[in-house]
Design a binder for this molecule. Structure first.
Ligand code: BGC
Length: 895
C-alpha cells in the first residue's frame, strides 16, 4: 500500500475472555427441517465470537434421538471446515427425527460451548415408503378436454384412537392441492406442490398435523386445481394438459401412537369426490369462485357425502417423488391500497403503490349471486387499467357472493397475478381501502443481502431489483409473473443468478431448478429455452440461454461454497459443452443456427427484439468459450484432471477461433458494439497482449459516444460496468449507472418504476406503453447490474468459494459518496461500508469468523490489487485523506 497516505487503522479489540458460540446449524440448503429428502445431509454451522482473526481448529458433532438419547458422536476432529461438512454418522432413515449439536475450538485453543440442539426430520425416501395411491375423481372426463371444470373436492373420514403422539401428512398432486383437516387448512404453503419437470421430479410436502387431529372421528379434505400440470401454459394459445389430462391426489397421513405403532390414512379408491366452489382456475387467467356452491363441513367428520361419487387410482411413477430442496411458496407480505380512484371511464381502480406478485383478499357484504370481478395489471394508460402487456393472460378473479348478510372474505386458491393496479367491478357501495389487501407471495427464502448508497435513485433501482426477484422466484426462476409466459427462461436466470445469490439464500431453490434443467436436457445435451420445458417443437440450442447449464452451477459454487452442486450437475454441464463442440465449426466457432443474441438491445425496434448491434454468432462463440472454460475449472475442482485439461484446451481453442474471426490485433472487434467488447473483456477472450488495452479503449469510447446511454441487451448489460472497471474506466461505469435519460438503468426509476422492466423503455417517456410484445414491467434480467453494485460500489465479493476469503475493494465514483454492502455469507454476516466526508474516507468492514479478507483501499495506489492487506475476522476500519477522482471525462464528451 502506498505510504503517502496516513492511514488510521483500527481493529476492534476482542473482549477479554472472548465468547465463542454457534448460532445456527443448517442441513444442506434446507430452510425447512421437517421432512428433508437427504439421509446424509451436510452440516453448516455459523460461529459468533468477539475474538479477532478467529479461525476454527477443530469441531465435534453429536447426534441424539428425539428421546434425548445420544446415538453417535464424532471425535474432536481437527478441521477448519464449517460449511457443508460431510455427514459424519450412519445415514438417517425415512421418518427419522434427530437432534444435532456441535461445538468448535479456535486456533487459539479456546473451545465453544455446545450449540443448541437442532432438530431435523427425514421425509419419505423411497417408493416403498408410500402406501398411498394417486387417485383421480371418476367424474372428471376421460378426454383431454380443455374446457374448464370445477376444482374437485376429495374427502375421507377416519377414526383416531386416544394417545396419539404425532401426525404427519405427506401430500402431493398432479395439479395443485389445498388440504384441510377437520375444517382447518393444513399448513401455510400456497400453490403446492409447485412446478417441476413432473414426469421426472414431483415434489411432495410434509406437514406436522398433530394439532389438527382429535380423538374419535376425523376427516381430511383436499381440493385440486389445474395449475401447471393441466392448465394452459405458454404464450399465444399455449398448450393444455402439458403433463397429463387427469388431476390426481397423493396423500398419506401417518398417525403415531404412544406405543410406537403408526396408522395410515392414505389416498385410495375409498375416497369420495364432488365438485367444489372454484368453478374455473388457471395460472394465467385467474379464478372464478362461487360461494353459493360451498359445501359446509365437507372436510370435517359427519358430513353427509352420500351424493358424492368415487375416485379411481391413477398410474404414476413413484420414483419421481422428492422432498423439496427449496423453500415453499408462502404469503409473505400484505399491502393496502395507496389510492382508490375512479378512472375516466368510471371504473374503480386500486393502486398498491408497488408492482407485486400474488393476489387480492377482499372482505365484502352483499347479496347472493352478486359478482365481484377483479382485473389486474401492472400499469395504467390514460388513467385506465392497461392489459395489453398481459397478452393472452386474462388475470381476472371473480367472486360470487353467497349472501345472507354476513361479511365474506375471498382469496383465489390456484392462480397468481403480477400487478400494481386492480380494477374492481360489482362492488355495492363505496369500496374502502380496508376492504382489500394485496397478498405478496413468493418462495420463502431467507433474505441475505442488502445494499445502500448516497444516491437515492440507485437505492430505488436496487429496491426494484429485490422486488423483481421476489416476483419471479415463485417456485422456479421465471422471466415474468404477469403475462402468458411465467416460464423458467434459462437466459434470464443465467445473467441474474449472481445478484440473486447475494440478495437471498437461493441455493436450495436453484439447486432444485437445476435438477429440472438436467432432467429436461435432450439426450445430446441441448438445454431447452425454458425449464421445465413445455415449448412445442424440437429442442434447439441458444447461446447465453443454454449456458445456464454451466454458469448457474458455477455461480452457486462461488457464492455458496458448494462443490456438491458441481458434482451433481457435472454431467449436465458436460452434455451442454460437448454438444456445442459437436456443432461448432472446424475453426471452433459456433456460427450456425438460431440465436437470441443480445436480446432487447435498446437499438432493436419494438417488433424485433433480437435485432441487436452485436452479431449473435459472436455472442455464441464467446459463450461457448466461457462455458468450456468454466467446465474445465469445475473438472479441476472435482478432481478430474484429464477432463479439466480437455475442456480448458477446448476453451483456449475457442478463444483462438474467436480472435481469428472477430478481433483485430489491436483489439477492435468486428461487431463494433459495447456488448461485443464487454464479452471479450469479461470472458477473457483476448489472447494477444495489446488487444485488451485496445478493446478497453474502444469500449469506453463507444460508451462516451453514446452519451452514457445504455447500449446493451440481456447479454451485455450484466457485463458492461465490470468490463469498464477492468480497464480502469471506473468513471464511465459510474456515468452509465447514474444516467437518468432513456435508455438507462435510472430512466425507469424516474418514471415511477417499482420493479425492473423487461425492456429499457417498457414505458415510453410520454407515459404510453411501448408497442412491442416484450413489455413486461417485472423482468429481473436487466437488474443483473446489482451484482456490480454489491461487489464494486459496495466493495464486497467472494475471493474464494463461499466467501471463505472475501475481496474487499470498494470503488467510490460519480456522485456516490457513501455505500454499504451487507451479506449473510455461509460463514456469517459480512459488511463493507465507506463514506467520504471533508476530504477523508472511512472504510469499515465486518469479517465473519473463520474467514479472512483481502482488502484494497480506494485511493491508496493499490487499486491494482497487487498488494491487498489480508485481515482476519472481526471489525476493522481505516480513515485517511482522500480526493475523489474527477467525475467523467472532459466536456467534449459530456451530454
Ligand atoms: C421472455 C424472456 C426470454 C425471451 C427469450 C421472452 O418472451 O420473456 O425473458 O428470455 O423470451 O428471448
Amino acid at each position: 500500500m502506498s505510504q503517502q497516505f496516513e492511514i488510521n487503522q483500527q481493529t476492534k479489540p476482542g473482549a477479554q475472555a472472548s465468547e465463542i458460540s454457534i448460532t445456527d446449524i443448517t442441513f444442506e440448503h434446507y430452510r425447512e427441517l421437517l421432512g428433508i429428502g437427504e439421509v446424509r445431509p451436510r452440516l453448516t454451522w455459523i460461529v459468533r465470537t468477539t475474538a479477532n482473526a478467529w479461525q476454527q481448529a477443530s469441531y465435534q458433532v453429536e447426534l441424539y434421538g428425539p428421546d434425548g438419547q445420544l446415538l453417535e458422536q464424532t471425535d474432536r476432529l481437527d478441521s477448519s471446515q464449517s460449511v457443508l461438512v460431510d455427514w459424519p454418522f450412519a445415514p438417517l432413515s425415512a421418518r427419522q427425527q434427530a437432534d444435532v449439536r456441535a461445538r468448535v475450538a479456535g486456533t487459539d485453543g479456546r473451545p465453544s460451548e455446545w450449540s443448541q440442539f437442532c432438530r431435523v426430520e427425514v421425509g419419505l425416501i423411497t417408493p416403498n415408503d408410500w402406501t398411498a395411491k394417486f387417485v383421480t375423481p371418476d367424474s372428471l372426463g376421460d378426454d383431454d378436454s380443455v374446457q374448464p371444470v370445477p376444482a374437485p373436492l376429495l374427502r375421507k373420514e377416519f377414526e383416531v384412537r386416544s394417545s396419539f403422539t404425532q401426525a404427519r401428512l405427506y401430500i402431493s398432486a398432479l395439479g395443485l392441492y389445498e388440504a384441510q383437516l377437520n375444517g382447518d387448512l393444513v399448513g401455510d404453503h400456497v400453490l403446492s406442490p409447485g412446478w417441476t419437470s413432473y414426469r421426472n421430479r414431483l415434489r411432495y410436502q410434509i406437514f406436522d398435523v398433530t394439532n389438527l387431529l382429535r380423538q374419535g372421528p376425523n376427516a381430511i379434505g383436499v381440493m385440486l386445481g389445474d395449475g401447471w400440470f393441466k392448465g394452459r401454459l405458454g404464450f399465444g394459445e399455449g398448450i393444455h394438459n402439458a403433463y397429463g389430462d387427469r388431476l390426481g391426489l397423493l396423500a398419506q397421513l401417518e398417525i403415531t401412537y404412544h406405543d410406537g405403532t403408526i396408522e395410515r390414512v392414505v389416498s385410495d379408491e375409498s375416497w369420495k369426490t364432488a365438485a367444489g366452489p372454484v368453478l374455473e382456475n388457471s395460472i394465467y387467467d385467474g379464478e372464478t369462485y362461487d360461494a353459493r356452491l360451498e359445501r359446509d363441513g365437507w372436510s370435517a367428520a359427519g358430513y353427509n357425502d352420500q351424493n358424492w361419487t368415487g375416485v379411481r387410482s391413477l398410474e404414476w411413477d413413484f420414483t419421481t417423488l422428492e422432498a423439496p430442496v427449496g423453500p415453499p411458496v408462502r404469503r409473505i407480505q400484505e399491502i393496502s391500497p395507496v389510492s382508490i380512484t375512479i378512472s375516466p371511464s368510471g371504473r374503480t381502480i386500486l393502486d398498491f403503490g408497488q408492482n407485486l406478485v400474488g393476489w387480492l383478499r377482499i372482505s365484502v357484504k352483499g347479496e347472493a349471486g352478486q359478482t365481484i370481478t377483479i382485473r389486474h395489471a401492472e400499469v395504467l394508460q390514460d388513467g385506465e387499467l392497461y392489459t395489453r402487456p398481459l397478452r393472452y393472460a386474462k388475470a381476472t378473479d371473480r367472486f360470487i357472493l353467497r349472501g345472507g348478510g354476513g361479511e365474506e372474505t375471498f382469496e383465489p386458491h390456484f392462480t397468481y397475478h403480477g400487478f400494481r393496479y386492480a380494477e374492481v367491478d360489482g362492488w355495492s357501495g363505496q369500496l374502502q381501502s380496508c376492504d382489500v389487501t394485496a397478498i405478496v407471495c413468493h418462495s420463502d427464502m431467507e433474505r441475505t443481502g442488502w445494499f445502500e448508497c448516497s444516491n437515492p435513485l440507485i437505492n430505488k433501482l436496487h429496491e426494484n431489483v429485490v422486488w423483481s426477484m421476489r416476483g419471479n422466484f415463485l417456485g422456479l426462476p421465471t422471466d415474468c409473473p404477469q403475462r402468458d409466459e411465467r416460464l423458467g427462461w434459462t437466459g434470464d436466470i443465467q445473467v441474474f443468478s449472481p445478484t440473486a445469490s447475494y440478495l437471498y439464500d437461493c441455493a436450495g431453490f436453484l439447486t432444485s431448478w437445476l435438477a429440472d434443467l438436467a432432467a429436461d436436457q435432450s439426450e445430446d445435451g441441448i438445454v431447452p429455452f425454458v425449464v421445465p420445458n413445455i415449448l412445442e417443437g424440437p429442442v434447439i440450442p441458444a447461446a447465453a440461454w443454454g449456458d445456464a447449464a454451466v454458469i448457474v452451477p458455477w455461480v452457486l459454487y462461488q457464492r455458496f461454497g458448494d462443490s456438491g452442486i458441481l458434482a451433481t450437475q457435472y454431467e449436465s454441464m458436460r452434455g451442454w459443452v460437448d454438444h456445442l463442440a459437436s456443432i461448432s465449426s472446424q475453426k471452433h466457432l459456433w456460427d450456425e443456427g438460431f440465436q437470441f443474441g443480445d436480446w432487447l438491445d435498446p437499438a432493436a425496434p419494438p417488433e424485433d427484439p433480437a435485432a441487436a448491434r452485436t452479431d449473435p454468432r459472436l455472442v455464441a462463440t464467446a459463450y461457448f468459450a466461457r462455458s468450456a472454460e468454466l467446465l474445465g475449472q469445475a473438472a479441476t475442482v472435482l478432481g478430474k484432471p484429464e477432463e479439466a485439461d480437455h475442456y480448458l484446451k477446448l476453451a483456449s481453442q475457442v478463444r483462438e477461433g474467436f480472435n481469428n474471426e472477430y478481433v483485430t490485433p489491436n483489439g477492435r472487434i468486428i461487431s463494433d458494439a459495447t456488448t461485443a467488447y464487454s464479452l471479450a473483456l469479461e470472458f477473457d477472450l483476448l489472447t494477444r497482449p495489446d488487444q485488451r488495452q485496445g478493446a478497453g479503449k474502444r469500449l469506453a469510447e463507444l460508451v462516451r459516444e453514446s452519451g452514457y446511454l445504455i447500449s446493451t441487451g440481456f447479454v451485455g448489460t450484466p457485463l458492461i460496468c465490470d468490463a469498464l472497471c477492468s480497464v480502469g474506466e471506473y468513471q464511465a461505469a459510474f456515468r452509465l449507472i447514474t444516467n437518468k435519460e432513456n435508455p438507462s438503468w435510472l430512466y425507469p426509476v424516474t418514471m415511477d418504476a417499482t420493479t425492473i422492466w423487461e425492456r429499457w423503455d417498457s414505458m415510453l417517456p410520454d407515459g404510453r406503453v411501448n408497442p412491442g410484445e416484450m413489455t413486461s414491467f417485472n423482468h429481473y434480467a436487466l437488474g443483473a447490474v446489482s451484482d456490480w453494485l454489491h461487489r464494486v460500489v459496495g466493495g464486497m465479493a467472494p475471493a474464494e468459494p463461499g466467501y471463505r476469503r472475501l475481496k474487499i475493494q470498494p470503488v467510490p465514483g460519480g456522485d456516490i459518496f457513501s455505500a454499504v454492502a451487507r451479506h449473510r455469507t455461509p460463514y456469517g454476516m459480512a459488511e463493507c461500508s465507506w463514506k467520504i466526508e471533508e476530504g477523508q474516507i472511512e472504510v469499515k468492514v465486518e469479517i465473519p469468523p473463520n474467514t479472512t479478507a483481502l482488502v484494497t483501499l480506494p485511493g491508496t495506489g493499490s487499486q491494482d490489487e497487487d498488494k491487498p492487506l489480508e485481515v482476519g475476522s472481526g471489525t476493522h476500519s481505516w480513515k485517511y485523506s482522500y480526493r475523489a477522482p474527477k467525475a467523467g471525462p472532459g466536456p467534449a464528451f459530456a451530454r
